[in-house]
Design a protein around this ligand. Sequence first.
Ligand code: BG6
Ligand code: MG
Length: 217
Amino acid sequence: MSQRYQAVVFDLDGVITDTAHFHFLAWRELAQSLGLPFDEAFNEKLKGIDRMGSLALILAQGSQQYGDAEKLALADQKNAHYQELIKTMSAEHLLPGALETLIAVRDAGLKIGLASVSKNAAFVLDRLGISDRFDYVVDAALIQRGKPDPEIFLNAAEHLGVAPAACLGVEDAVAGVRSIKAAGMYAVGVGDPAVLTEADDVIPSLRDFKLSRYLTA
Ligand code: BG6
Ligand code: MG
């Protein structure tokens, strides 16, 4: 028996769990210590942006120039604080429908991958208690180009041993949807269809993920 899709590759933050608030707390403390403005609206711009890219956006709010070593130290400081915060995570931090979706996808015989630019993704999966539900988790440290570049989703497909055209990608960010499409996968957006206009399908949350709808298409 053959079916069109053989794997589903998920983004983590905003799809399976919501770590944005923890990133917000950690970045805000760093920004404030540097005398730079930081609020929830600014934090929105950092979703899906990797650690050094996020730091660059925050530092661009001020006029001071920082050398590479200083920037690395600032990023390490933020990350140490973030890691303290995410130690408090548990299965209660799974977004509605996330666990049910992972179970349904595996029960249907499809492989499951994770494509997150977070270098803390494996730790977060562990805290959520779902590490063993993934066949492959991309190591963000090995990814050269962030989303919207297709590299991270292509890396997932390759390691799952499934052609990109036989993969569904699931994302909540515009750059993430673009990355999925550039990889040649079917893009399921999670969020607002008016925002995720490039997705092939958009659902409000994983509570509404119906695998059969894609398998029979
Ligand atoms: C993304 C988050 O998933 O991971 C970003 O949306 C974050 O806000 C990025 O900066 C990198 O995360 P980390 O854990 O490697 O600093
Ligand atoms: Mg996301």
